[in-house]
Write a protein that binds this ligand. Sequence first.
Ligand SMILES: [Zn+2]
Length: 389
Amino acid sequence: MTSNDTIAPHGGTLVELLAGPEDAEGLKREAANLPKVVVNQRELSDLEMLTVGALSPLTGFQGEKDYHSILDTMHLESGLAWAIPVTLSLDEDEVKRIGGAEAVALLSRDGGEPLAIVQVSEIFKRDRQKEALGVFGTEDLEHPGVRALHDAGDYCLAGPVRSIRLPRHRAFTTYRLTPAETRAAFHERGWRTVVGFQTRNPIHRAHEYIQKCALEIVDGLLVHPLMGATKGDDVPADIRMQCYEALFGGYYPKDRAMISIFPAAMRYAGPKEAIWHAICRKNYGCTHFIVGRDHAGVGTYYGTYDAQKIFEEFEPDELGITPLMFEHSFWCNACEGMASPKTCPHGEETRVSLSGTKVREMLRGGERPPIEFSRPEVADILIAAMREA
Ligand SMILES: [Zn+2]
């Protein structure tokens, strides 16, 4: 870390696992003779995150001791804070096929050159019940994260990763900055303090307001939309990206705000994922992180403020990144501005608030929500997308 950096990576070292062009050729030759494992979509995202250092200090898929330590204590065996195990699943047939191999090659489902080689340090049986309760707080198969865990293999393969290439992305390649690149971008802009904003939705006025409240106290804002796998009824990535571009084009100062893609897949683990998201954003160079109500939640599995309260379970220097907690916000006709229950003394009747269901209904009918709720440019993109769908 130089004095120009915003914050040290988690654990102190920014990991980069991608081989240079020459080494990559050697790894490809090596991979040709190794047992192959095809990764699922979530693992593909995790592999990309490992490769670029978003999961620093991890250098590979985690072993059994860390796995249990994280589920039991929210810390790695080394004592470093960590909220969700990063594992590579195998089913029984794959375990047999791998046998005693020292290494395996990872392949993408859509083919192409191998992605990486994992040196096998151990293969262990996962404790599905403990993992479901420890990560998601429930064993309900209706929960998308529990469902994914249920469908995953019984075993986990652990070991250090050497990456041959990143997954291919066809869209938004200019927005795919690695942690080293966002750090360089912050440095270039002269930002010493940066707030990160996680989102998997289009941004309406309420979240714009929260971001700008946070930006008032730091140098820069990183809007960091999650672009790995989400559940089927979330707004598709390309539509969201158009919304972010429209918003940035009209309402965000270019020298104070930037968009970059967060390649993670959603786990919908609520509070645990809020911690995980914060640690990842620290690796991207953010000093602050916005935690809203029901962060990374789904359905009614988590309490409204659980994702904020969980930060109290750590000493502040354990995480390093500073969480900024926000209430839900809205336009208030009496205040004549954006506000929250913290800042507005008026009642519900003066507040412009719409349920998600109501907003979708309006958009589907070709109707813009009120300008106090949604920027017209964003509303028009969503209306057009619904018409095509
Ligand atoms: Zn008010």
